[in-house]
Write a protein that binds this ligand. Structure first.
Ligand code: LLP
Length: 422
């Protein structure tokens, strides 16, 4: 099935930096991000949005490294956050609170308080209970919270089930009926200005149609609400735009994506919010890793890497495909491998039956398209310290997360030698 997979090598240079020298200096596994590639994505999105009153709120969960958030801040982007931790990271990276939107089904009262105290732009509300909590916490502070209702349009995003969020059975958002009730009862919540709509139907979406469908529902609802005397000042179209993980993947061009938004929301004269995560950073990142050994297997050899599922969880979690290639020159002959990490689970597999140029211990490989949901989903499972992260920019590099030491890995842990009476 993988015959079509190219068996060549990956370029030895990225954003003007020699990757062999970088890996020799900083060690592997190493998350590498090209600042130039991220800036190019920001610029392309900006160009597509020209003329619209639009704010791009980068979904911080895709890659929440301080330097990456700093790049977004420097470009004038806002952030879509889903926790107090992401709020803290976004503010610290210099993203103004008034460019921050807060999504998620489980915002706690304490998280809502933190966001109110920061005076964020908008809460994307996902349940009546959350609306009531927001009203109470805002009342206690004597402030007016700005909020949108997250609509669940019951649309199939045609993506992996684990990252699909817009079907009625998913935990996200509320039905149009439920949302109608909120607007009808808006007077009951005097400390919440409910004047926005939000929709996010899933991630890694590779066709424009699901976006169109979702936005049609949202726009019809906007018209209904406005006719009923509820002005809608902002529509947040979420994120979800997919990227190319594999040669031959057909993605939606950003211009076509934005054209669909323009068309579907042509009657909306308020603000447009977008929450792209993956599309801005995924293709700007690679994970550098070395071959530890080639182990003979019953069906085919195992290529054992020094990177594992704790560094990049996507293949084990979603059976996601990531291209893998030797950095720089490759051997001429090819071989089929099961590409695995050292973690003690069979699920720690990056690729099965993958045709690659023949590899040997010590070879430097890159796993591609790891800039999104790579480092941000990493763990220290198997007591593997978090990998280092580095940003490249026009021939220079900056270590933006040093490789975690064993001490840092266990920071906060103690032996049970101090007991409190309960
Ligand atoms: N807005 C909301 C409310 C979201 O929940 C998400 C992602 C985004 C925006 C950004 O979506 P994006 O543009 O990145 O598709 N870990 C999974 C992806 C989970 C996405 C979660 N929500 C993966 O590695 O594929």
């Amino acid at each position: 099935a993988n015959e079509e997979q190219a068996t060549g090598a990956a370029p030895a240079m990225l954003d003007g930096v020699d990757l062999h020298a970088l890996a020799a200096r900083l060690g592997t596994p190493l998350h590498v991000y090209s600042a130039g590639a991220i800036r190019a994505r920001i610029a392309a999105l900006r160009e597509a949005l020209a003329g619209l009153d639009a704010l791009v709120c980068y979904a911080a969960k895709a890659n929440s490294n301080r330097a990456v958030l700093g790049l977004m801040a420097g470009a004038g982007l806002g952030a879509d956050i889903v926790s107090a931790g992401e709020l803290w990271r976004a503010l610290r990276a210099g993203i103004p609170a008034r460019r921050i939107v807060f999504s998620g089904v489980g915002k706690t009262a304490a998280e809502i308080d933190a966001a109110l105290d920061a005076d964020i732009l908008r809460f994307n509300l996902e349940s009546r209970d959350e609306l009531e909590t927001l009203d109470r916490r805002a009342a206690a502070r004597g402030v007016l919270a700005r909020a949108a209702v997250r609509i669940n349009p019951d649309v199939d995003a045609l993506t992996h089930a684990k990252i699909s969020t817009g079907r009625a059975e998913n935990k996200f958002g509320v039905s149009l009926d439920e949302a109608r009730g909120w607007f009808a009862a808006a007077g009951t919540y005097p400390h919440v200005r409910l004047d926005g709509l939000h929709v996010h139907i899933g991630s890694q979406i590779l066709s424009v149609e699901p976006f169109r469908q979702a936005l049609r529902h949202v726009d019809a609802f906007r018209r209904e609400l406005e006719a009923g005397g509820h002005p809608i000042r902002s529509i947040d179209v979420g994120g979800g735009l997919g990227v190319r993980y594999r040669a031959g993947d057909r993605t939606v061009a950003v211009a076509d994506y934005v054209a669909a938004i323009r068309e579907a929301l042509a009657g909306h004269d308020g603000r447009l919010l977008l929450e792209p995560g993956r599309w801005l950073v995924a293709e700007a990142g690679v994970l550098l890793t070395r071959v530890v050994r080639v182990k003979p297997g019953a069906t085919r050899p195992f290529l054992v890497l020094d990177a594992a599922m704790n560094d990049l969880a996507r293949p084990s979690l979603y059976d996601a495909w990531h291209d893998i290639a030797p950095v720089g020159a490759a051997r001429a002959d090819a071989e089929r491998y099961d590409v695995v990490g050292p973690v003690c689970e069979t699920g720690d597999t990056f690729a099965r039956d993958r045709l690659l140029p023949r590899c040997a211990p010590g070879d430097l490989l890159m796993i591609r398209t790891t800039g999104a949901y790579g480092a941000s989903m990493a763990s220290t499972y198997n007591s593997r310290p978090l990998a280092a992260e580095v940003v490249l920019d026009g021939g220079r590099y900056a270590v933006v997360r040093r490789r975690q030491s064993f001490e840092e890995m266990v920071a906060g842990e103690t032996a049970a030698d101090h007991w409190e009476n309960a």
